[in-house]
Design a protein. Structure first.
Length: 140
């Protein structure tokens, strides 16, 4: 019950390297399912507990998961878990504008290397905020 959980946790916030201090608003998700008969734990519960169990201090993930952090921050407070530092980065998009993801068949660095692409060259391009030909970055 989200209302009871928010009341028990009190006001919450976290620091995001790209956005600064973020006031948590887990109510934007409504009541969140944490477990079902067919799945022992939801993504929200699993990553929150797993990060704490592994001593994760910095979480870096795509901007598409920013909203989920509101729920993760609430679970951290309710379970007495530490709050890591966060960085939600822009997504890389393929030539068709869809986000690059393993589940959508995006090329892996290993596959690109097998095709003759130099991994150091890609890393250098990314450090200069350049993307390989055919790729784009999402915008705010």
């Amino acid at each position: 019950h989200m209302t009871a959980a928010i009341a028990a946790a009190g006001p919450l916030a976290w620091h995001d390297a790209g956005r600064g201090r973020v006031v948590a608003d887990p109510a934007c998700h409504g009541d969140v399912v944490l477990a079902r008969k067919d799945a022992p734990a939801s993504y929200h519960l699993a990553v929150t507990v797993d990060d704490a169990a592994q001593g994760v201090t910095d979480v870096v993930r795509g901007r598409d998961l920013f909203a989920a952090t509101h729920v993760h921050r609430l679970l951290q407070a309710l379970l007495g878990l530490p709050t890591p530092r966060y960085r939600h980065h822009p997504l890389l998009l393929g030539p068709d504008g869809s986000r690059l993801a393993k589940r959508h068949g995006a090329p892996t660095l290993a596959a690109m290397r097998a095709d003759g692409v130099d991994g150091r060259e890609i890393a250098d391009l990314l450090r200069q905020d350049n993307l390989p030909a055919g790729f784009a970055r999402d915008v705010d």
